[in-house]
Write a protein that binds this ligand. Structure first.
Ligand SMILES: CCCCC/C=C\C/C=C\CCC/C=C/C(=O)SCCNC(=O)CCNC(=O)[C@H](O)C(C)(C)COP(=O)(O)OP(=O)(O)OC[C@H]1O[C@@H](n2cnc3c(N)ncnc32)[C@H](O)[C@@H]1OP(=O)(O)O
Length: 296
């Protein structure tokens, strides 16, 4: 059975995320707040506010492995079907690393079928987030490179913790790979063409001050206020009638979404043949070894 189907089977039947019946929170949250948990994602829902906080908990670095992409996708699907939820805030369960981006071990030393399955899952999560009818906010409480940055860019707004260690950007070229067209389009839609061209060619990771200046994030706040600020900004988004906000969002994002939908299969094939090249495998392995050497 493909991994997506396996995780789905694991999560759906007896899952604590099943249906709309999330458990009541043991602590924290408003009256009636509910808490649910899959292996890698914690959901804290506050039906009174109409908001769910989705927390990444995939140690050590919240990398987007196939399992993580799948679990996150299933959680989002459930929340989208929950009539009490109108907005979602994405954040890391533990401050320090929002997400280290795509899991490099999924792109190294595997076979073409695995690369295709992985890339399809990346596309699916992006499509789910970028087309979501929910208002989406990112409470970025840690470093946020590459795929982590992409996740935050799918949201309607971004709040970043004021810590110079928490850099954000699409740094793919620094690894010797590059951001595909729909990563690029998502950034262009946020900060414009020229700033994206510079950021992507140089693989820039922006400090909070730089990210604010270029418009990659909307607000930089003290570290202990990231989630509360994201929730308070969410109340502004939810003050707008849903249908009007959703139609506007669709109008703004449709052309970008359509590009990927139109070229989805070709994009998978391009990824597989690019990532399978010996030269690309070599640079990824060297990069991973460098990361690992730090710790051994
Ligand atoms: C011609 C047609 C072409 C068509 C083209 C189509 C597609 C284009 C091709 C490819 C597109 C790919 C797009 C890729 C997107 C990505 O997201 S790539 C991932 C980029 N991420 C990074 O560069 C971040 C790397 N990590 C770090 O910089 C640091 O780990 C950190 C996040 C700053 C955290 O630092 P620290 O707290 O010090 O933790 P460690 O560095 O010690 O890491 C702990 C362990 O975690 C492992 N790890 C870190 N990041 C990743 C990762 N992304 N994936 C997998 N594993 C990761 C690290 O190796 C450590 O492991 P050990 O415990 O030492 O074994």
């Amino acid at each position: 059975m493909a991994l997506v189907a396996r995780v789905r089977a694991l999560l759906l039947p007896g899952s604590r995320l099943r249906g709309a019946t999330l458990g009541r929170a043991a602590n924290g949250g408003g009256a009636g707040a509910r808490r649910a948990l899959s292996h890698r994602v914690l959901v804290e829902a506050d039906p009174a506010a109409g908001v769910a906080v989705v927390k990444f908990r995939n140690p050590p670095v919240n990398s987007l492995s196939l399992e993580m992409l799948t679990e996150l996708g299933i959680c989002l699907e459930k929340l989208e079907n929950d009539k009490t939820v109108r907005g979602i805030v994405l954040t890391a369960d533990r401050p320090g690393i929002f997400s280290a981006g795509l899991d490099l071990t999924e792109m190294c030393g595997r076979n073409p079928a695995h690369y295709a399955e992985f890339w399809k899952a990346v596309q699916e999560l992006w499509l789910r987030l970028y087309q979501s009818n929910m208002a989406l906010g990112a409470a970025i409480n840690g470093t946020c490179p590459a795929g982590g940055c992409l996740l935050s860019l799918t949201c309607d707004y971004r709040i970043l913790a004021d810590n110079p260690k928490y850099t954000i950007g699409l740094n793919e070229t620094q690894l010797g790979i590059f951001a595909p067209f729909w990563f690029k389009d998502t950034m262009v839609n946020t900060i414009g063409h020229r700033a994206t061209e510079r950021a992507l060619q140089l693989g820039l990771l922006f400090t909070p001050a730089e990210a604010l200046q270029v418009g990659l994030v909307d607000q930089v706040v003290p570290e202990d206020q990231v989630q509360s600020t994201a929730l308070s900004v969410m109340s502004q988004w939810l003050a707008i009638p849903d249908h009007a906000r959703q139609l506007t969002k669709t109008m703004m994002r449709k052309a970008t979404v359509d590009q990927l939908l139109k070229h989805r299969e070709a994009d998978i094939q391009n990824f597989v043949s690019f990532i399978s090249r010996d030269s690309i495998q070599k640079v990824l392995q060297v990069y991973l070894q460098k990361l690992r050497k730090k710790n051994h």
